[in-house]
Write a new protein. Structure first.
Length: 333
């Protein structure tokens, strides 16, 4: 279904600069596209290095482990591209498990190369936008312009609260003003150029903080670009290993029947260091743990899939869950 809506959106967006009445139809396409997953979901991690230390993220703890912090290298990209040739209709999310894509020196070239692959139907990305300065903004626009198939369905920006104090408390770095001005500028350019790409701004909140949509609009989208969507995080994901923070509220622990393995184990993460992992959600790798690692870019898809099957069978037949999945509040059937 998403492939059809991607094609419809591409045709409508070509007409949009002349016919502004197409706005609600484009918004409807954006809505459908982001809510229907492809057959295969790939988390593509260009860099596992981050420029923030969010208190809700495992990254600060990860820094204390012996994990290798790196950007994806060119030979790894080539191997991933080869592996992806045998996939069909994939959705690629340029979102590291922990890290930020825009820190990779060649993030735009890597994104373009992956997005032109025939096997890729759709793409999306999450970034904290700290690096989205005017130069990066031009590079991101060039990525969108090179995307002739309209595969990039929506861009996600993550921010902490509505003021610099909350941002600092959550992200542990002083980047609030920079992030606001980066996102505002990027949206303004999209607006001026008559683009119709969806921009989703995800605002992280501390316990008890009220969401304020008017404030969010004034801050990030004062010129009312019509394809900006906001969402707010009041609660955070965790598992048995995850270190909780007093500022935050967490989703309650699993209460559902988890005898079936989590559906996210079907996702594949191509890690920055050449590792290949199942899942790829933010808490699927805990410091020092490799239980969801399936192999690496030299392993071959057959071995990768055998390892995935073993993990799923251990869960469903022996009741042995991978460490990050124990007590995980992100579990999906
Ligand atoms: C792990 S980050 C990676 C991309 C980028 N660094 C960013 O922050 O957008 C992807 C998303 O996961 C969110 N996230 C991190 N830890 C989380 C948690 N424990 N619960 C819910 N979302 C979390 C981030 O806020 C961000 O929206
Ligand atoms: S949530 Fe994103 S920005 Fe924050 S520390 Fe984790 S990876 Fe970095």
């Amino acid at each position: 279904m998403s492939a059809i809506f991607t094609k419809i959106r591409l045709q409508l967006s070509k007409q949009y600069p002349r016919y502004s009445w197409l706005r609600p139809w484009l918004s409807a396409c954006n809505f459908v596209i982001v809510r229907t997953n492809g057959d295969r979901f790939i988390e593509f991690e260009l860099s596992n290095i981050c420029n923030a230390r969010c208190v809700f993220c495992p990254y600060p703890e990860m820094l204390k482990s012996d994990k290798k912090f790196t950007h994806m290298q060119a030979d790894t990209l080539e191997k991933v591209k080869q592996m992806m040739e045998s996939f069909k209709g994939v959705l690629v999310s340029f979102t590291p498990t922990t890290g930020d894509t825009l820190l990779h020196p060649e993030w735009d070239r890597y994104m373009k190369e992956i997005m032109t692959l025939k096997s890729v139907n759709r793409a999306t990305m999450f970034t904290n936008a700290i690096e989205l300065d005017t130069e990066a903004c031009k590079r991101l626009l060039a990525v969108l312009e090179a995307d002739k198939g309209g595969k990039m369905s929506q861009l996600y920006f993550s921010v902490g609260g509505y003021d610099k104090e909350t941002y600092k408390a959550l992200y542990q770095v002083d980047r609030f003003e920079k992030v606001v001005s980066n996102i505002r500028h990027f949206i303004k350019v999209l607006h001026q150029k008559g683009k119709s790409i969806g921009v989703h701004i995800h605002i992280k909140l501390t316990t008890g903080a009220k969401e304020d949509l008017d404030k969010a609009i004034k801050l990030f989208n004062p010129d009312a670009y019509p394809f900006v969507y906001f969402s707010h995080s009041h609660q955070y994901f965790s598992n048995d290993t995850y270190k909780r923070n007093v500022l935050l509220d967490y989703y309650p622990s699993e209460s559902t029947d988890t005898s079936k393995a989590c559906a996210y184990l079907k996702k594949t993460r191509f890690a920055a260091d050449g590792g290949v992992w199942a899942d790829g959600c933010v808490i699927s790798e805990m410091p020092g743990d490799h239980s969801l690692r399936l192999g690496n870019v030299d392993s071959g898809l057959k071995m990768i899939e055998q390892e995935r099957t073993r993990i799923i069978q251990d869960w469903e037949q022996k009741g042995v869950k991978p460490m990050p999945c124990r007590g995980c509040t992100m579990y999906r059937t």
